[in-house]
Design a protein around this ligand. Sequence first.
Ligand code: PLP
Length: 378
Amino acid sequence: MSTTNTLTRRIPAARIQFLPEDRAWIAARIEEVLSTGMLTLGNYGKEFETRFAALCGVKHAVSVNSGTSALEIALRALGVERKDVIVPANTFFATAAAVVHAGGVPVLVDMDPESFAIRPEDIEPELTPNTAGIVVVHVGGLVSARLPDLQDFARRKGLWLVEDAAHAHGASYKGMMAGAFGVAAAFSMYPTKVMTSAEGGMLVTNDDRVAEEARIFRDQGKASFLVNAHTRMGYNWRMSEPHAIIGLKHLERLPAMIEDRRRVAALYDEALARFTSLRALKVPPGGLSNYYKYIAVMEPARDRKQLKAALREQFGVSLSGEVYEDPLHKQPVFERYARGPLPVAEDLCARHICLPLYSGMEDDEARQVIDALAAVFE
Ligand SMILES: Cc1ncc(COP(=O)(O)O)c(C=O)c1O
């Protein structure tokens, strides 16, 4: 174990990479749309949609201004007013908030310790005649091996399945891409995600009706771009052309950026296999994670705040944000949506860490993280 680099180099929790030639490409196209005035719902947005749909292997993609909007639009298109919607407890605020904003009631359920996702057995006890559907989250960019079971379960119960794929650009399980498992999926293009459009989101679907509804909802509920009849209670959820231009370039870089993350993840895998008190979350056989997060579970539990401070102050290593620090039923606004204790989520939310991981991360930086972890854990 070596701490020679201590404080000579800081490893950030995340780093957003735009190569110089990509910045120049983006700047030239933003100059172009500024000069033409085609600043929203234009050709770059359309191209971004076409290419993103191709990535996911689905028929339609509808670009919007955030992952949160994409989720809310999917839920509005499916109709959740006064209906119950199954949502994992270990997710970001926006997953459950989108259900509330669309007029539904989130029902928070416990999680699978193997994948951090939800399984049919977590959901079954919570079903009622008022349940409309299920939102599954590909936590950390890992598609659970239980997704085919979840699809089958939803079909048998007459429920729809929506993917919150905010973390999962380019991830897959047995050849099926994240975004292609549910009736609709929502991706986030927030800066810290595996790819970004600065801000933005994408709704993807194979369902012609959902796609059509999404285009209406994102533009103030207008029946079409040129017609002033408002047929849905929509909103301004549009993506601007400058955002689409940034997203297009990052989408082109996505395979290389994921490759880079996988290289670092492989170093972490190899090192953590020798640890006795830190267990890496396993990608299932047939799965390809995009490693939005590299998740590791502490066995036994440690004080995470203290641990993070020690790694930062003594070794210059900043851990990435958790998925998630607290389950949603511990958040004041969502307390009332859990129907009982959710012990797995409560335990694992407190007991995991996320290692720093970003495209462009060097092997030496990963080794500094591994040395620091070895010093504090082993
Ligand atoms: C699981 C999950 N769902 C939804 C969102 C919302 O995406 P956005 O920030 O683009 O609105 C995020 C973003 O951080 C997320 O992590």
